[in-house]
Design a protein. Structure first.
Length: 229
């Protein structure tokens, strides 16, 4: 008797179907073909931290479209919350149009060991599509707000991070307030890793701290979570 396939991994699962030894690639999520090699991307921005997400194929048509729509719409909800993220979010959504076109060129999936994911509604018919207007709103509402904050807050010196330090977030996820703490403390949440040189990315799962936390108020640093949650 054949062993049953493992539980469905969903668009963000790390599990991947075994690839055939010969011939064309099979979908990593359902094992069907035709499938195409492609990477679908996502972005989570927060006021200070941000995270880059990606899921590599191969994907069949339906699993690919499902993954594209889910990651793009999640990006539209979660992507905007930071000064750099404001630019990265629309770029991520645009870059995902490449894999989307590749998935749409494929025929219907056949021969999988489980049904392909349901692609669901197209991105433009999901509520998240309205969030493409977020930058426009932000400019309209944000500039007066920034001026008001600037007038009220004076010149408070921001925290500067250096590698090897540990920090905790004394604020909320959306409104962060990083505080340097002892690395042995049970309250320590992130370790500050080597500052980025050029384009070297942070380790998977790590956050990128905004430039104002870098030495001298510029430069980027990675915040690696000390615990898996
Ligand atoms: Zn599939």
């Amino acid at each position: 008797m054949a062993t049953p396939p493992p539980p469905h991994p969903g668009p963000y699962g790390s599990w991947s179907a075994p690839q055939p030894a010969y011939g064309p690639p099979a979908c990593r999520l359902c094992g069907a073909w035709p499938a195409v090699e492609a990477t679908v991307r996502g972005h989570q921005g927060m006021v200070v931290l941000m995270r880059f997400l990606s899921l590599r194929g191969p994907f069949c048509r339906d699993c690919g479209l499902a993954t594209h729509r889910r990651m793009s719409s999640d990006t539209l909800w979660q992507g905007w919350w930071g000064p750099l993220s404001l630019f990265i979010t629309p770029v991520t959504v645009l870059v995902n149009l490449g894999p989307r076109a590749a998935f749409r060129r494929l025929g219907p999936p056949t021969g999988g060991f489980r049904p392909a994911l349901d692609p669901g509604r197209p991105l433009r018919r999901r509520p998240a599509a309205l969030l493409l207007l977020a930058p426009v709103l932000l400019v309209l509402l944000g500039i007066p707000a920034l001026i008001a904050i600037g007038l009220l807050s004076g010149d408070e010196k921001p925290l500067t991070l250096s590698p090897g330090q540990c920090v905790l977030n004394a604020g909320t996820l959306k409104d962060q307030q990083l505080v340097v703490t002892d690395c042995g403390s049970p309250r320590a949440e992130y370790r500050v890793d080597a500052l980025l040189e050029g384009e070297r990315p942070c380790l998977p799962g790590a956050y990128l701290a905004a430039p104002e936390y870098g030495p001298g108020g510029y430069g980027l640093s990675c915040l690696t979570p000390l615990r898996q949650d």
